[in-house]
Design a binder for this molecule. Structure first.
Ligand SMILES: CCCCCCCCCC(=O)SCCNC(=O)CCNC(=O)[C@H](O)C(C)(C)COP(=O)(O)OP(=O)(O)OC[C@H]1O[C@@H](n2cnc3c(N)ncnc32)[C@H](O)[C@@H]1OP(=O)(O)O
Length: 230
C-alpha cells in the first residue's frame, strides 16, 4: 500500500533543473536580493518609486506567465552545499539559491563531521537597529542544524529548537555558524551550534532535535516493497 503524502513534498513530483538553468535563475535571484536591499534603503522621490512599482509589477507578470506547481530541485548539488537532496532545494528560504528571501546561507561539511557556514546579513534581516533579527538566526539554525542531522544519516523534521541569545548579532560583518551532532538514537538526532563574530565572540547558541518522520520511513518501506514485487 502506498502512503498518501502531500504531492509537493515528494522529490519525485518536483521539477529538476540542470546546472545552466540553475545558474541563470540564481543570477535573477541575486539581482532581486539587491532589489530588496534597494527597496528597504531607497530614498529616491515618491514619484519615481511609483513609476518603478509599475515596472516591477510588469516584470512579475512576465515571470508569472509560466509557473511550476512547486519550487524546483537541482539535479546536481549546489556549490558550497553538501551533496544531499536537502542541498538541492532551490527555493529553501535559508539556503535556496533561487529564493531571493534566502541570504543564501552556504554549508560546508568538515572532515570531522561538523559543519561550518560563513555568511553576512544586511538590512533586510534587521531586528533591533543595526542587529540581526532573532527569528532570522532561528531560521538559519533550524536549517543548518537540520542539514547537519541529515548529513549524519538521520534526515528529519525539527521536533525541538532552543536558542540562547547571548549577545547582539551584528549586521554587515562575516558571521560563522559551526554545528555538530551530539547524539543519535534511532530516528532521533540532536545537534548544537553557535554563531560567532569575527573576533570570536559567541552571539547565539542553539540546540535542536530532529526526528525522521514515521511517514517518510513508511514511504521508503513502500518503495522497497514495490521494487521487490516489480
Ligand atoms: C527529511 C529532510 C528534511 C530536512 C529539513 C531540514 C531543515 C528544515 C527543518 C524544518 O524546518 S522542519 C519543519 C518544522 N518541523 C515540523 O514541522 C515538524 C512537525 N512535527 C512532525 O512532523 C512530527 O511530530 C514529527 C516528525 C516531529 C514526529 O512525528 P512521528 O509520528 O514521526 O514521530 P512520533 O510521534 O512517533 O515520535 C517519535 C519519537 O520522537 C519524539 N518526539 C516527537 N515529536 C517530538 C517533539 N516535538 N518534541 C520532543 N520529542 C518528540 C516522540 O516522543 C517519540 O519518542 P520515543 O520514541 O522516545 O517515544
Amino acid at each position: 500500500m502506498t502512503t498518501a503524502l502531500p504531492p509537493t513534498i515528494r522529490p519525485q513530483d518536483r521539477s529538476f533543473l540542470g546546472e545552466e538553468q540553475v545558474a541563470v535563475r540564481a543570477r535573477l535571484a541575486e539581482e532581486v536580493r539587491a532589489l530588496i536591499d534597494a527597496v528597504v534603503l531607497t530614498d529616491v522621490p515618491d514619484a519615481e518609486i511609483a513609476e518603478i512599482t509599475g515596472q516591477v509589477r510588469a516584470l512579475t507578470d512576465r515571470l508569472g506567465a509560466a509557473r511550476l506547481g512547486a519550487a524546483p530541485m537541482a539535479d546536481t548539488p549546489i556549490d558550497g552545499l553538501i551533496a544531499s537532496g536537502m542541498s538541492r532545494q532551490l527555493g529553501n528560504p535559508v539556503t535556496g539559491v533561487l529564493n531571493p528571501v534566502a541570504p543564501p546561507i552556504p554549508f560546508e561539511a568538515l572532515p570531522d563531521g561538523s559543519v561550518r557556514s560563513v555568511f553576512t546579513l544586511d538590512e533586510p534581516y534587521e531586528g533591533p537597529p543595526g542587529l540581526v533579527h532573532g527569528g532570522i538566526s532561528a531560521a538559519i539554525f533550524d536549517q543548518v542544524l537540520g542539514m547537519t542531522a541529515g548529513m549524519s544519516g538521520v534526515p528529519g523534521f525539527t521536533a525541538t529548537l532552543e536558542l540562547r541569545y547571548r549577545r547582539p548579532t551584528p549586521l554587515r560583518v562575516p558571521l560563522t555558524l559551526k554545528a555538530r551532532i551530539t547524539r543519535r538514537e534511532g530516528r532521533k538526532c540532536w545537534a548544537d551550534g553557535e554563531i560567532t563574530t569575527p573576533d570570536g565572540r559567541v552571539t547565539v547558541e542553539a540546540t535542536a532535535m530532529f526526528v525522521t518522520p514515521r511517514h517518510l520511513l513508511a514511504e521508503e518501506a513502500d518503495e522497497a516493497q514495490e521494487q521487490r514485487t516489480s
